[in-house]
Write a protein that binds this ligand. Sequence first.
Ligand code: HDE
Length: 716
Amino acid sequence: MPTENNKTNTNDKIEELEKNREYSTDEFLTTNQGLRVSDDQNSLKAGPRGATLLEDFILREKITHFDHERIPERIVHARGAAAHGYFQAYESQGNLTKAKFLQDPSLKTPVFVRFSTVAGSRGSSDLARDVRGFAVKFYTEEGNFDLVGNNIPVFFIQDAIKFPDLIHAVKPEPHNEIPQAASAHNTFWDFISITPESMHMIMWVMSDRSLPRSYRMMEGFGVHTFRFINAEGKSSFVKFHWKPLLGVHSVVWDEAQLISGRDADFHRRDLWDSIKGGAYPEWELGVQIVDEADEHKFDFDLLDSTKLIPEELVPVQRLGKMVLDRNPDNYFAETEQVAFHLGHVVPGIDFSNDPLLQGRLFSYTDTQLKRLGGPNFHEIPINRPIVPIHNGQRDGHMRQAINVGKTSYSPNTLNGNSPAQAGEKDGGFSSYPERIDANKVRARSKSFMDHYSQAKLFWNSQSDTEKTHIVKALRFELGKVEAEEIRKRIVIQLSQVDTTLATLVAEGLGLEVPSADGVQLNWGVPADVDPEEYKSIPAQSNVGSSAALSMANPPKVGIKTRQVAILAADGVDATDLEAMKNALSAEGAVIAIIAPRVGMLKTSTGEMVKIDGSLQTSASVVFDAVYVPGGQASVKSLLQEDESIRFIHEAFMHCKPIAATGEGVDLLKAAATGGAATLLSSDGVITSDQSSSEVPQKFIEAIGQHRFWSREKVLV
Ligand code: HDE
């Protein structure tokens, strides 16, 4: 039986953290100096009515610590959730890399993974339309390796020097700090409208990719091109991927907005509950490998982070599996204090010259100095490698290590020249000796100048439903932009991607598609440079489409961990209820009985069943599917509640599978109004007037399909 926090699952890092865990059960209350406290309810006063005495060191210690509890939140990716787990390679990848954690299939490397949104503050909603961070810290035997990626394979900008501008534009506007965790405002779209290199990323961010159903159901990408180096010193370029074994799924925008109100912790809770319940999320680590000799064979530059390598050109090879099997013990100590840095690499992994990556190599350590308060953040338990640290670095705020001996310099004779530098045979890291012969220039490579081809590739690869969602997302975002000039400029940018896309978005904004003739599309042009030099240069090849870029037709992965609401009240048909519960549980779905009130309900056979949530505390948007069993009294009670009718109506509008048996069908009929008038005859709605063994089976198949998009009007 899993315990409250899967405390039974362990690994080398979990063990290593034990010396820092504090358990207070059955212990006395003490001060930070270990002094036992007899009265923690009253401050020390001159008489029971005061005044309070300055002498009260117990009060002062408690309040002072409290006053200093907060640290600056991350400037980006402030809101996150994390978990422990492990990574295991399928087989040795010695031909590609000498990285030890990719050699031995019997080796389980501990990991700590933090997922996040980007723009919102720490307390914002999980369901913002936003990129998701996907940062993995591998505690390897050769030191920590951090793969700090996103759930989208490309980025907004090509050079790190533009990052502060991008983030200032997307964050709440500086005069009034509005809006929170949203890109739908003037400054973001102003920046985007004159930054064509962002158009590929914009297509992804406006797609359902930015509304994941769960962290467990999204892909991850290292984004940049990295290097693998094998034991012979041979280097190849590599792009990292994480492929979720539960498939890739999203929610719809209306649903996302409602979830933000109903359960702003939806993703965080989902991750926590799945791990707690023993349904451990899993991803395969994939790589796309490009031989060094092939660096220039593509019609985009491998060093340009606004481009992906289509999987049709370079397939993804799956190297191993990551399993998250333990929740953190303490949010602040672990999830908040974890410090990722893509400069944390191990022998066998190195960088490319991608100018976005190069800038990140500076930023991540720098930001921890501010956020975690000093240079010893690597000593915070969650950041410590599982291997020992030896060097001449000393002192600084909050130093934990007690470095023994006189020498903190190298070379030295007093300590036998220790710690010694490790040569290759001892696992010492040495940078890949890439040949660089160049002028020192502040410039953008011509090979980075194609801004629209891969945006087109993405658009062309989407199903009609996905395209419709992109159009609607852009109508929403630009509808919130007050400046018409900005709306128009975005429509012009979109017209460079696809005419239908631009026309449909323009229609929703009450605009015609303006002509691009004579319009300067790129304002990010340095002084003394002719804007012509910064015009987009279309790729040579036929753009085509790439199946891997669409989330439509996801692989059938069953219904494990899918959340199913069963609407019921006293008198619910016991046979229907049992049959459905058994069938769904057997497939690993999670069932919640939702009733007009909390407590227990009595079935038609008198059995008492625990209610998991009431119609007031719950809502259809936090479930994947809904079932209404028969039972006259039960359905009668439900019909008296507006919320139960809304529950069905909303689930239908969000294209979710719905099932009903016996009298339960009456609730569906009551909900079949307005936009849901066709409810009973629609795809993904399974009904039977009587108890039926076929219904659970068909319902399970329907849940496996995730959503029934045929209910939506397609615009494209
Ligand atoms: Fe980050 N990014 N970033 N980023 N990033 C941070 O580091 C930065 C970029 C990503 O869960 C910060 O520790 C620059 C791309 C994730 O703790 C900061 C640039 C990708 C996380 C920073 C980028 C990412 C961060 C803020 C442009 C995907 C959260 C707090 C050159 C490949 C990690 C921190 C966590 C966090 C800088 C662009 C992913 C300020 C300068 C591209 C997942 O250092």
